[in-house]
Ligand binder design. Structure first.
Ligand code: KIV
Length: 272
């Protein structure tokens, strides 16, 4: 049986064993109880309570405004729904940069208050001190390199990262640094596929790609994007598995029409 097939509960060790066995890791985001339940039942290995909640749940343009309290709330909802997947929670902007003591306090709050299993934070050598301090408390940390949306105001665009040699070299160094610091996996976002493959081969911890090609150890997508709820976001890497925007709007239009025309409720849909 495969490593993933054997795992009744996915742990950070499961993911590392999957890499060694050459099995691809699956990860999706979730932010609420109802969808997290379905994602877990669908057999995904890792559920990311992403700070993309800032965009898809709260309607913000960036991930910058979401707070620690918001992330803990979303993680609590997800934790109640999940039996098998490993739950990773994004540490929001402003809760770990620059001060490792603050980073540790933020990570401890996430773990104590949400029931999640691990945290993720963006960046390489700039945040390695925070990562090391969080790890001293026994909290597993996932890294995130390449396009790091919390730094949008530094880079100015969401285009592909690390096309230049200097940025690619830094990314490889950062990946090795995160592995050495003790991260259990690293998300690689929107970087050239050959670079992502090179990084994945250079480190022993799993890489999970989004817009990073097929040479990585697993894939992640934002749930609302792959379900076709957020149709205004169409990067090349995104595969839509459903078109829920049309289905949901159509269902609502039908309901409005049925109520207005007295077609709903019918005789079978009421009590004697
Ligand atoms: O917040 C998020 O959804 C993420 C993924 C894009 C990896 O960080």
């Amino acid at each position: 049986m495969s490593v993933a097939g054997k795992a009744r509960k996915v742990t950070t060790n499961t993911l590392q064993e999957m890499k060694r066995a050459g099995e691809q890791i699956t990860m999706l985001t979730a932010y609420d109880y109802s969808l997290a339940r379905l994602v877990d039942q669908g057999g995904v290995d890792v559920i990311l309570v992403g700070d993309s909640a800032s965009n898809v749940m709260a309607g913000n343009d960036t991930t910058v405004p979401i707070t620690l309290e918001h992330m803990i709330y979303h993680a609590q909802c997800v934790s109640k729904a999940v039996d098998r997947a490993l739950i990773v929670v994004d540490m929001p902007f402003g809760t770990y940069q620059g001060n490792s003591k603050h980073a540790l306090e933020s990570a401890i709050r996430i773990m104590k208050e949400s029931g999640a299993h691990s945290v993720k934070l963006e960046g390489g050598n700039e945040v390695v001190e925070s990562i090391e301090r969080i790890l001293t408390a026994g909290i597993p940390v996932m890294g995130h390199l390449g396009l790091t949306p919390q730094s949008i105001y530094k880079f100015g665009t969401y285009t592909v990262r690390a096309r230049e040699n200097s940025e690619a070299d830094k990314l490889i160094e950062d990946a090795k640094l995160l592995e050495k610091a003790g991260c259990f996996a690293i998300v690689l976002e929107k970087i050239p596929a050959p670079l992502a493959k090179m990084v994945s081969e250079a480190i022993s911890i799993p890489t999970i790609g989004i817009g990073a090609g097929s040479g990585v150890d697993g894939q992640v997508l934002v749930l609302h994007d792959m379900l076709g709820i957020t149709m205004d976001f169409s990067p090349r890497f995104l595969r839509r598995y459903l078109n829920l925007e049309d289905d949901i709007r159509g269902a609502v239009e039908q309901y409005v029409s049925d109520v207005r025309s007295h077609e709903f409720p019918n005789n079978d849909e009421q009590y004697e």
